[in-house]
Design a protein around this ligand. Structure first.
Ligand SMILES: Nc1ncnc2c1ncn2[C@@H]1O[C@H](COP(=O)(O)OP(=O)(O)O)[C@@H](O)[C@H]1O
Ligand SMILES: [Mg+2]
Length: 241
């Protein structure tokens, strides 16, 4: 279980990017965090995985306070993160990266399976370097494959849909569903996509650094749709039908 207790993140000259957020995420839950751009979602994800240290508040994983743990220590105890804008690694091949994520040397067929799962033709990618020659969408999928290969207690994906075409998107939904069925851990996805919201156990809406709505999918989706009818310009849902 992950607990955030009164988490704030303030940088100079700002009113506060995250303002006193408290929430509990039970094991084996599929949580989607949504809300307007600039609301603080990516900042909160980076605080959970240890890239940013909160200005105040505590992060507790399975009863243990991990607030002062580094990103590497958190990775070791089972937190994975896929960036909104994935990082490139010059000189490292896709296969190296998947092996690193899995924590063991996989045979080529097993490594390729992870790539196929995210809709990449594995043989075209497995020996490529994770450098500037990969497109944003390719990089994003490779990163999703590495998080799947890690099979951790808590996997966080920041806007996995960004840069991925809608034709392949259906497969990605299946990837997340399969991951949720197979891994005994929690998945947090930051997303604006209705199709991802539709498979959430719980939805959390963050705006202006605060939780403005939280509940089961049914509870929150209804109110999100109501909001978008009453104030269409302010909808947090980016419709893609
Ligand atoms: N290091 C920083 N210094 C100043 N402002 C920042 C910093 N990091 C993020 N912000 C601001 O904090 C707000 C929240 O950003 P972010 O967490 O990326 O939002 P979201 O992911 O919800 O779109 C934005 O207004 C952003 O410009
Ligand atoms: Mg973001």
């Amino acid at each position: 279980m992950l607990e955030l207790k009164n988490i704030s993140y303030v940088v100079e000259d700002s009113k506060g990017i995250i303002k006193d957020i408290s929430l509990t995420i039970d094991d084996n839950k599929f949580i989607v965090i949504t809300g307007p751009n600039g609301g603080g979602k990516s900042t909160l994800a980076k605080i959970i995985c240890g890239i940013l240290k909160p200005t105040s508040g505590n992060i507790i994983l399975d009863g243990k306070d991990i607030t002062d743990m580094s990103i590497t220590e958190r990775a070791k105890i089972g937190i994975s993160f896929a960036f909104q804008q994935p990082v490139r690694f010059k000189g490292v091949t896709v296969k190296d990266l998947i092996n690193l994520a899995a924590g063991k040397k996989l045979c080529t067929a097993d490594a390729c399976n992870y790539l196929s799962e995210v809709g990449l033709c594995a043989k075209d990618y497995i020996d490529r370097e994770v450098n500037g020659s990969l497109s944003g969408g390719e990089l994003k999928r490779i990163e999703i494959a590495t998080v799947i290969a890690r099979k951790t207690k808590l996997s966080i994906f920041d806007e996995p849909e960004a840069g991925i075409d809608l034709w392949s998107f259906k497969n990605l939904i299946e990837v997340f569903q399969k991951m949720h069925d197979e891994i005994h851990g929690s998945i947090i996805i930051i997303s604006h996509q209705e199709r991802i919201l539709n498979i959430a156990d719980e939805i959390i809406v963050i705006a202006n650094g605060e939780i403005v709505n939280k509940g089961t999918r049914e509870e929150v989706l209804d109110s999100l749709l109501d909001d978008s009818v009453s104030s269409p310009g302010c909808s947090v849902l980016r419709e893609e039908r």
